[in-house]
Design a protein around this ligand. Sequence first.
Ligand SMILES: [Zn+2]
Length: 396
Amino acid sequence: MKNSFLIFLFLLPTFLLGQNQMIQVLAAARKKPAPPDSVTLTITFSTPPTTASSEFAKIKYNKHGVFNLEVDDNQTECLEMESILLNYSFSDGAGLNHKYTAATAVNGYNFIGNEIGNHLGLGMQYADYSILINGGWDVMNHTNRHVDLINNNGINIIGYTEDLLVLNELYYNKIGYVMNCFVVPETFTGFVPYADDLGFLVSSSSGSNSYKPAVPPYVAVGQVSNIEHPDSALVQLKRGFLHYWAVDSQVNSVIHHFKSMVDASSELDNRFYRVGTHASQWDSAAFHGFVDTLNILSADRIWFTTAREWMEYRHTANDVVKQDTLFGNSMIISLSYDDIRNDFRWKDICLNISSDATIFNVSFTGSADSISYNPATGLINIYKQNLIFDSHLLKQ
Ligand SMILES: [Zn+2]
């Protein structure tokens, strides 16, 4: 997707140099755009409009539904999944196509204290992550050690906060990436309030979630409108689970839920469905067939993305300050990103223009990467991705 060349240049030194050298190399670039971080769009109409206004799309690209796939525990099969997903894309509604993506949920160390990213055979190696991140994948925090920390009659003696932060710091130092979405290990939901305090956007689990009401309440299809307002902190997103790829009935069950989500989704009623997996009994032909079926069922109406990109879009569309000014046959839209958090990767915005005049041209100035637009529907996509983070911490 966007910035892939930049990402490659950015990540390459990470693997060639030691940790301290890497920080020096990246220090000059590791800055959020200084205020004002803003974009100005100029929309030129064929004739002077009587009315013209803009509104943020509820779902990116005006898709009707959302699908997330999450692969837990540093599974090396992610690399093959990524190469298969590269064969599939959806349109942005304005002439560009985006590949299907997924997320990998990672731990730092295994049960006997070995650093997974440094030990071949224990899971994905640090160098592998640039492939996934370049492919638009997200990396999610699955806790440093994948163990429950409740001990001593429920007293948190080791530190949930520390376990989450140590992992964020490790991956920031090794691959330069900041994780802001969390996958609950096993059923250890004691982590969730601490993830909320740290500013994680999502707690993802197929199990029980006692901290806040989970959405959807069951593991199947959810309504986007049931997710709390983005001003609230962490969202507990439920997901189904696909254990064995070699078992047709399990794959078909996920396809069945996906189809239910597609059937229930419309322009006005956006639905979502999410699924996790360990890639156990891995069967690449089964995965290929699975994605093929999902692609046909979605008919370009589903946003095949990560929880992170989805949630960051919700927050960005809520927090960007927008001002429309009509001026002759033009409309100027100014967007201020000053309130957007430093840890956000996707700061893309999709706007729907309503007017009695026809759009002739759209141009932009400011800190966006690029734009695409569709004069027939009035959709404008403003692309703005960030992969240069200030630190491993969230909520800065
Ligand atoms: Zn796990």
